[in-house]
Design a protein around this ligand. Sequence first.
Ligand SMILES: Nc1ncnc2c1ncn2[C@@H]1O[C@H](COP(=O)(O)OP(=O)(O)OP(=O)(O)O)[C@@H](O)[C@H]1O
Length: 275
Amino acid sequence: MEPLIRCEHMDLGYENQDAVVDVNMEVCPGDYLCIVGENGSGKSTLMKGLLGLLKPSAGVLTVSEELKTTGIGYLPQQTAAQKDFPASVREVVLSGCLSRRGRRPFYSRTEKRIAAENMERLGITPLAKHCYRELSGGQQQRVLIARALCATTKLLLLDEPITGLDPMAIQDFYAMLRKLNREDGVAILMVSHDLRNAVEEANKILHLQKQVLFYGPAHDYMNSRAAGHFFHEKEQGQCVPTAACHMARQKDENENSPLKEEDGCKGGCCHDHTK
Ligand SMILES: Nc1ncnc2c1ncn2[C@@H]1O[C@H](COP(=O)(O)OP(=O)(O)OP(=O)(O)O)[C@@H](O)[C@H]1O
């Protein structure tokens, strides 16, 4: 299967200062790839590179012919100003067809149909005439996804999309992404700080710390050194394995049986004991 995007030994940076070095990875049709890493580790820089907003200072970035024609559906981190955008839902979604429209002053019938289909797909048709800035955070994200899908249904890039959403809206958002990926075959590439969700939903994880600490299947990531350190540092404040963590590891190795919370580990360590 031809990858939609492939990076080979790619470096990216700003004014002779590398922010990302030696990235090797590919996104294939139907992939769900999560990019994880500490603040300042280069995740957004990598996104900019993939979107063509930053030119690689070394290495090769290959984009499939199909994506070159349609472009990439992109959901940026939302700023306060963007959340306050004074346009209707329909207008925001239609603006996803801007690159198709080119220099024509009006949207074509086909473009309007594409926008309507994507509003239907995201369940926001009843909101079409509502003002975007009056919607909840979760509804706004749905509108932006519908907009991004007007550009392409092959690949969606999302940069920390759940920031500012309440827990219910987050679960709703993840379910929507799962449906787009599993049922509609949309490839997803998402920058996320939500590790637990990343390993549950994605088939590939890329852990960045300027260079790639891990790239591979999500189920292998859980047992990797990179994940161990990151989970402890993020969720417990420092990287000190707990006794329950060792017990869990031993039990896993000895019995290869699924562990439950009552086995001693309260979660947040480098193993996923809930599976
Ligand atoms: N426009 C810029 N000019 C110069 N340096 C930049 C620019 N944007 C980012 N950097 C630097 O590049 C490095 C990587 O930043 P980047 O924003 O890609 O990290 P990140 O992993 O996305 O961080 P966060 O999780 O906080 O969003 C940082 O050292 C940052 O200071």
